[in-house]
Design a protein around this ligand. Structure first.
Ligand code: HEC
Ligand code: HEC
Length: 279
């Protein structure tokens, strides 16, 4: 039998093995164990609490200014809107917001992966809206989507960029153009054509940093109202053309489905369709 001398006694091979395993485990979690301490398993981190997560009143202008800066310093529109809100929530609420990574929405830049789909500022902000308002049932067919739906509609209606962040910008007073769509490609291209700017230009970067700031500003305002129990969803007022289409194609006039067809969008129909009823 293999034994080992120790002061006043012997240690079996099994005891030696157990001890060295404990020491290995100890060093793996930061060397907290000494040779004599009993091995304690590392405490498991708590599971993420279920949504919704707590919101407190935040300063919309501070959120917007952070978003403007994060756009340029941290990497684009998705991070700008998301991290502006998250960084304030980490400071003012703490846990569980402190568990979220700063760069979670980095991929949303330039319409997600550079694909030109949804404006990343809308994507980043929507993630936070969902986490704060989840469980709110206002829609017929979805949970808590009304704030996001109205945000996208508001965005498409805006003449961007606003001058709210001009004091931070080396290019104040830029030409303002209606986004026309929540799609990055449409929003950016309409502006770039009118401004005679390329998508890589400093002017475009300024424009989008200000757009991200404005989105963060407006979302903070809405969530402040929401948490105070005062948020009333703005009524969707489409253009007359879109209202005409929606009358038969929905989604808000479900009883009048054209041939049982419906469509689930609130975008400007005429951006992509022609009017088949005008003959
Ligand atoms: C008076 C009701 C009515 C209105 C208003 C209306 N549609 Fe339609 N739409 C229909 C019907 C019915 C069909 C099916 C037509 C068919 O099968 O010939 C249809 C078909 C379509 C289709 C399927 C593709 C096609 O052309 O066959 C699209 C897309 C469409 N509509 C888009 C629109 C848009 C965009 C508008 C607004 C500019 C609009 N519709 C306004 C009733 C309407
Ligand atoms: C970003 C572009 C875009 C916008 C904005 C858009 N559509 Fe479409 N829509 C399409 C495309 C693409 C199709 C597929 C057409 C096809 O394959 O013929 C389509 C299909 C449809 C169809 C046929 C659906 C089916 O099941 O066959 C209807 C109806 C329709 N759209 C209505 C609308 C209405 C109403 C609006 C405005 C509220 C709208 N669309 C906005 C691009 C768009």
């Amino acid at each position: 039998m293999v034994t080992q001398e120790r002061s006043g006694g012997t240690l079996s091979r099994r005891e030696v093995l157990t001890l060295s395993t404990a020491m290995l485990a100890g060093s793996a979690i930061g060397g907290g164990l000494t040779a004599c301490a009993a091995p304690t398993p590392p405490a498991a981190p708590p599971d993420a609490p279920p949504l919704p997560w707590k919101w407190v009143e935040l300063d919309p202008l501070e959120a917007g200014r952070r978003a403007y800066r994060f756009y340029k310093e941290r990497g684009g529109c998705g991070t700008a809107s998301y991290l502006s809100l998250l960084s304030l929530l980490k400071e003012k609420v703490g846990y569980p917001w402190t568990t979220l990574p700063d760069m979670m929405m980095a991929h949303a830049a330039a319409g997600y992966g550079g694909h030109g789909t949804l404006c990343g500022a809308l994507g980043g902000a929507s993630t936070i809206i969902n986490m704060v308002t989840f469980g709110e049932v206002r829609d017929q067919y979805q949970q808590n989507s009304q704030m996001i739906d109205r945000l996208f509609w508001w965005y498409a209606e805006q003449d961007f960029p606003t001058d709210r962040f001009d004091d931070l910008s080396p290019l104040p007073g830029q030409i303002r153009v209606k986004a026309s769509s929540p799609l990055c490609h449409v929003s950016v291209s309409k502006w770039a054509v009118a401004a005679d700017a390329t998508v890589k230009s400093d002017a475009k970067i300024e424009r989008c940093a200000k757009v991200a700031g404005e989105v963060a500003y407006i979302v903070t305002t809405a969530l402040n109202e929401y948490s105070a129990g005062k948020w009333v969803p703005p009524v969707w007022k489409p253009s007359s053309e879109t209202a005409h289409c929606a009358h038969c194609h929905g989604p808000d006039y479900g009883e009048q489905k054209a041939k049982q067809w419906n469509q689930q969008g609130h975008m400007e129909c005429m951006l992509c369709h022609t009017d088949h009823t005008e003959y």
